[in-house]
Ligand binder design. Structure first.
Ligand code: PLP
Length: 372
């Protein structure tokens, strides 16, 4: 068989990620590949770090993109901060809390699960009960923006609770970074990871992480080696944190980092607060149309994510056929339900550059045509 060059169809990506990538970001990615220790590249890395600190609203020195997708950022936080025998309080209100549990177990530690219904935020009262019961817990881990449901949890309150009980925190911000308010330093988050393919509208494949002073201290004072060589922050920092003295650790995904750099430049140009406001505004427009069609949101407005809109599939509707028709007739992708909500909901993403007025109107028009 002789394969030909692959030319993907042009889609509008209104699912749970990836979101639409701006031509500016794609163009940046097509620039010439240079060496990962080339002084020009190293200068660009410093820019990336500075802009990432802005996106996360942090001065944390240990702020960098892990060279792999969001799941690797999650794993980086867990393998560096969890040691065999530790107890970790893991909050689960959707798919991704379940993955945190897996990570804890694979680190040889014990997860203490705090469960909430899918579509609800993490309940701080339950977390407090768990902290009071398990005095020896070392960490609290939770998902800020649960992509499988569209619910947002109160990160600031949860971090404060954890600190009141001498626990550090790991926060999943894969879907929140760039889309809803997130303030790493003000909220005193200890370790956080995100993705590039959601509200930052970059190509997938990089996972920004940031570690605060308490987390760095814990990593330095570990009793055991970090179980993953690739994700061991002590080693990665020689490359990302080395300043002029950067040393080879792994070959960075050079062109993907050009793309990431450009998406961060775009975020800076727009301004973080303006990006949050745009996501909130376009959600309101989508909400008006979705409700006018008689569709119901899964998540209460008080803690609904503007960038991830979960709607209940109406009685008697073949949800997969609707998604297929949207894709085939309108080249429009929306997301299916995941885990416990598979077959029950659609997930309409308004993330990053996808979050604009034209997409809201097109999506409402297409959905109305397919459903009538
Ligand atoms: N955490 C959350 C909340 C996510 O939404 C995702 C991906 O959708 C991940 C983690 C994993 O990220 P990735 O698919 O980039 O590995």
């Amino acid at each position: 068989m002789t394969a030909k060059s692959f030319h993907p169809p042009v889609r509008t990506l209104m699912g749970p990620g990836p979101s639409d990538v701006s031509p500016r970001v794609l163009e940046a990615m097509a620039r010439p590949t240079i060496g990962h220790l080339d002084p020009a590249f190293v200068g660009m890395m410093d820019d990336v770090k500075g802009m990432l600190q802005y996106a996360f609203q942090t001065k944390n020195e240990l702020t960098m993109p892990v060279s792999a997708p969001g799941s690797a950022g999650m794993e980086t936080c867990f393998v560096n901060l969890v040691e065999p025998g530790d107890k970790v309080i893991v909050c689960q209100n959707g798919v991704f809390g379940g993955r945190m549990k897996e990570n804890v177990e694979r680190c040889g530690a014990t997860p203490i699960m705090v469960m909430d219904d899918w579509g609800k935020p993490v309940d701080p009262n339950k977390v407090e009960d768990a902290l009071k019961t398990h005095h020896d817990a070392k960490l609290v881990a939770f998902v800020h923006a649960e992509t499988s449901t569209g619910a947002q949890s109160d990160a600031q309150t949860l971090v404060k609770l954890a600190h009141d009980h001498d626990c550090l925190t790991i926060v999943d911000a894969v879907t929140s970074l760039g889309g809803t308010p997130l303030k790493v330093d003000e909220w005193e988050i200890d370790a956080i990871y995100s993705g590039t393919q959601k509200c930052l509208s970059c190509v997938p494949g990089i996972s920004p992480v940031s570690f605060g002073p308490r987390a760095v201290e814990r990593i330095k004072n570990r009793q055991s080696k970090v179980q993953s060589w690739f994700m061991d922050m002590n080693l990665v920092m020689g490359y990302w944190g080395g300043g002029a003295k950067r040393a080879y650790h792994h070959t960075a995904p050079i062109n993907t980092l050009y793309a990431f750099h450009e998406s961060l430049v775009m975020l800076q140009e727009e301004g973080l607060e303006n990006a949050w406001a745009r996501h909130a505004h376009n959600h309101q427009a989508l909400k008006a149309g979705v409700e006018a069609m008689g569709l119901q949101f899964v998540v209460d407005e008080a803690y609904r994510l503007p960038q991830l809109n979960s709607v209940t599939i109406p009685e008697g509707v073949d949800e997969a056929a609707v998604r297929a028709e949207l894709l085939n007739r309108y080249s429009l992708e929306i997301g299916a339900g995941l885990g416990a909500l598979a077959g029950k909901i659609w997930r309409i993403g308004l993330m990053g550059s996808t979050s604009n007025q034209k997409n809201v109107l097109n999506c409402l028009g297409a959905l109305d045509a397919v459903l009538s």
